[in-house]
Write a protein that binds this ligand. Structure first.
Ligand code: F6R
Length: 243
């Protein structure tokens, strides 16, 4: 695991944007794994700026998001599809037909949908670079603590901590989903490169457990210790509990 510590969150985003830019410039048909949440927003802003400056193009890029809520449709402003459109897809030249999220609508079989998502990733040639954030409880994607390290795309119930961490994004009268479809830990580990971004002091404990703790399903992000190309980019606050 390569751990790089920057002074602030902006430098973390700049560095992450360079990794993405390099991949999509050098590879003919790049496949990106994408994340939502607060952390990658500044990465997506940097990518939009690079696109506007003519430095990069997403024309040949395929993308697979880590997760999507269950029980809300993609037009809902809380859906991760909406998040991706607003923060990245609407502002660059990516072909939206080649952008995928793990959805499972009412009436669809979750197991089949999970298998189908895995198959789609494989058919696209596998993920070249997976962007990740980390939950304060060490989750990656919505693989909450004790998720199997061998897990594949499936439905997960969000923990109370994740629900309360994310409640800031929902107004009091808004429905907050408690279920999500998420890539599994094994799905994430299949990516050729994994780039985890973490900023802010509230991530310091999870970062410490991921980097220096035991490899354990109790901290799902610790699974990255097994990945040969895992890059962790942190600001000083997120790195503050590392020795
Ligand atoms: C998002 C995702 C989550 C977030 C994590 C951190 O697609 O899968 O694992 O990366 O919850 O979220 P933020 O960045 O909002 O702190």
């Amino acid at each position: 695991m390569q751990v790089i510590i920057f002074d602030d969150a902006q430098q973390v985003a700049d560095n992450a944007a360079q990794w993405v830019a390099e991949l999509i410039t050098k590879k003919t048909n790049p496949v990106l794994g994408l994340a939502t949440g607060s952390t990658p927003i500044s990465l997506y802003q940097q990518l939009v700026l690079k696109y506007q400056a003519g430095e990069i193009s997403f024309k040949n890029t395929t993308s697979f998001n880590l997760d999507e809520y269950l029980g809300i449709d993609e037009d809902n402003s809380q859906s991760y599809r909406h998040f991706m459109n607003e923060n990245l897809f609407n502002h660059v030249d990516i072909n939206k037909a080649k952008t995928f999220l793990p959805t499972c609508s009412q009436g669809e079989n979750p197991r089949e949908q999970g298998l189908r998502y895995e198959e789609m990733i494989n058919n696209a040639g596998g993920i070249d670079l997976q962007i990740l954030g980390i939950g304060a409880n060490g989750h990656i994607g919505f693989n909450e603590p004790t998720s199997s390290l061998a897990s594949r795309t499936r439905i997960k119930t969000l923990t109370q901590q994740t629900l309360s961490d994310n409640s800031r994004l929902f107004s009091p009268d808004e429905f907050q989903p408690t279920l999500a479809m998420t890539m599994g830990i094994a799905t994430i580990l299949d990516a050729r490169y994994v780039l985890l971004m973490a900023t802010g002091e509230n991530k310091a404990k999870a970062v410490k457990d991921m980097v220096t703790g035991a490899l354990s399903a109790v901290c799902p992000a610790s699974a990255l210790q097994m990945h040969e190309n895992a890059i962790v980019v942190l600001d000083k606050a997120a790195a503050s509990q590392l020795d």
